[in-house]
Design a binder for this molecule. Structure first.
Ligand code: MG
Length: 363
């Protein structure tokens, strides 16, 4: 067999061996859930009053795991596409041995080329099930101490100075805030926040600055305004410009939109001090864990972030949060119809649920 034919047949052979007959009572369901936002949510990319995320339910042997993925428009994803992608591996999910979860997810990654949020919805449901089967919370499965969970920021979306002030006051319980910038209104936005609080701020430009000199000017001004670090100042594709910006500023620069896969990270070290890892970008917990390990091994700073989503995804990410330097896990706090209780926040600190798996309870 030549090399090309071997590469074609090897994954298929591995996939077939992972399959066995579907046991009675095994189910795998998907549902698109519309999450309503408390405030219209605006970043440089979009403005919306709701978000549709894909929810999955995996039942086997009397235990049910729940998953969720928030499709990211930036990567041309939507909930309908995510649902189709997840449904395409239903046969695998029903027949594979879930305790061979790493093998199952490797097969899912081979079969589903994109739709990272869809893959996250599968991985999270599978790992919730595994935690329940083993009788341990996922932080224990990953060998982590829940007391090490960091503070989370609360995010302030782009708005008028008056509403920005109001949102800042509403976030009184959070000791650190993350402010979205990247439009022409950056200075009035930060001034509005600063007019009502002295808290440390972190700023996310969401690729909003297209000129490297402007980015440096704004970051140096933000440093004077008490900003600890900046996320994705320029478009991900402008790698050399981001690298130049980082060489001219004093506060750390994080990659978010530029950091999707584990394989992105070694190159990113040239232009960024840290990475923002999200389960919806990575395709779930297992890949996010791998990304964090790679970033840490390279001496980079680490952050766990999230999209607007329910407590399913946010709690899943929170179980990995004892690993990271910074957390921005507030997507569930921005919505008004969260179907689950999971991770809680007390004075900004993430409090992980102690139940097995994700530890979710229905609202
Ligand atoms: Mg970001």
């Amino acid at each position: 067999m030549n090399r090309r034919n071997f590469l074609k047949t090897a994954p298929a052979a591995a996939g077939v061996s992972a399959l066995s007959a579907a046991p009675a009572g095994a189910t795998f369901a998907t549902k698109i859930v519309r999450l309503n936002l408390q405030h219209t949510w605006t970043t440089t990319m979009s403005s919306s009053q709701y978000r549709d995320t894909l929810h999955t339910t995996y039942t086997r042997g009397g235990l049910t795991g729940r998953g969720e993925g928030a499709p990211i428009v930036r990567y041309h994803e939507d909930a309908v596409g995510a649902q189709k992608a997840v449904e395409s591996v239903r046969d695998l999910m029903l027949s594979a041995d879930p305790l061979q979860f790493a093998k199952v997810m490797a097969e899912v990654f081979k079969r589903v080329p994109g739709d990272w949020a869809g893959k996250a919805a599968i991985d999270i449901a599978l790992m919730d099930w595994v935690g329940k089967k083993l009788g341990v919370p996922l932080y224990t499965y990953f060998g982590l101490d829940p007391k090490d969970a960091p503070l989370t920021t609360f995010s302030i979306g782009i708005d008028t100075p008056e509403i920005t002030k109001q949102k800042t006051l509403e976030a009184a319980d959070f000791p650190v805030l993350k402010v979205k910038v990247g439009l022409a209104t950056d200075e009035p936005t930060i001034e509005a926040v600063r007019s009502v609080t002295k808290k440390p701020l972190r700023v996310d430009a969401n690729e909003g600055w297209k000129d490297k000199e402007e980015a440096v000017r704004k970051i140096n001004w933000l440093e004077k305004m008490g900003v600890e670090f900046i996320e994705q100042p320029m478009p991900a594709e402008m790698f050399e410009e981001n690298k130049w910006v980082r060489s001219k500023v004093h506060i750390p620069v994080f990659a978010d939109e530029a950091c999707q896969r584990a394989s992105d990270i070694p190159k990113l070290k040239e232009a960024y001090d840290g990475v923002n890892v999200k389960l919806d970008k990575s395709g779930g917990l297992l890949e996010a864990y791998r990304m964090l390990m790679i970033a840490k091994s390279l001496g980079m700073k680490t952050m766990l972030g999230c999209m607007v989503s329910s407590s399913v995804t946010v709690t899943a990410a929170a179980h990995l949060s004892p690993l990271v330097d910074y957390a921005d896990l507030d997507g569930n706090l921005l919505i008004s119809n969260d179907p689950f209780h999971g991770v809680r926040v007390e004075k900004g600190k993430l409090i992980l649920p102690k139940g097995p798996g994700l530890g979710l309870t229905p609202v």
